[in-house]
Design a protein around this ligand. Sequence first.
Ligand SMILES: Nc1ncnc2c1ncn2[C@@H]1O[C@H](COP(=O)(O)OP(=O)(O)OP(=O)(O)O)[C@@H](O)[C@H]1O
Ligand SMILES: [Mg+2]
Length: 235
Amino acid sequence: MSALLTMSAVTGGYGDADILQQVSMHVDPREIVVIVGPNGAGKSTAMKAVFGLLTVRGGSIVFDGDDITRWSPDRIVQRGISYVPQVDNIFREMSIHENLEMGAFLKKGDLSAAYDRVYTLFPDLKERRKTLAGTLSGGQRQMVAMGRALMLDPKLLLLDEPTAGLSPKYMEQIFQICRNVRDTGVAILLVEQHAKQALAFADRGYVLASGQNRHEGTGADLLADREVAEMFLGG
Ligand SMILES: Nc1ncnc2c1ncn2[C@@H]1O[C@H](COP(=O)(O)OP(=O)(O)OP(=O)(O)O)[C@@H](O)[C@H]1O
Ligand SMILES: [Mg+2]
């Protein structure tokens, strides 16, 4: 199977300093891949590189047959990648429904199929579609952010710490939604602080540290790896 997304030896950063040093990863179609690693490892930066938010100085990013290295985020969204950032990922002063509408700003014509698809994945949001997003719980806000990102029918969804600050119950719910999203044909690349739970849930994972690849494998292999456990999973 050819990969949907391939990052090959990507080096880059925000100013002069390179944060990512030759980072390589891939995501296959319909795969859930997780990036774990310590704070400041470059996990968010790796996602930003895919989404065109980084100065990439070396290497390449290929998505669905196109070399998208140095494309603008606009063009990348239109090509089929949606991104949910780690913070500030919803419009608090708008209703749930308006947030979804904002997600579809690039889409012309009838949005009813897109709303149907998203509200089917998130029945809770449908019930509360007129509620202001800023008044929702953290878990519900995360669902709004994911729903917004799914309005454009991406092939790949990038999620930066979708379960940050959530209770274990909500975390499991978000993971289950990720599986449901994957079952509609969307691949997911996510960053997670809850490394053990995320590796148990994902198909494959990457451990990043200091802007470099450290380990990769199936979630189960990484969980069983003694060095990974000792260094990155708290023993
Ligand atoms: N906008 C920015 N400008 C300059 N440096 C940045 C910027 N964002 C992040 N960095 C630096 O890049 C490095 C990697 O940060 P990044 O946010 O990718 O880490 P992370 O693995 O996502 O960490 P966390 O688990 O805390 O979210 C850090 O040293 C950080 O200080
Ligand atoms: Mg981060």
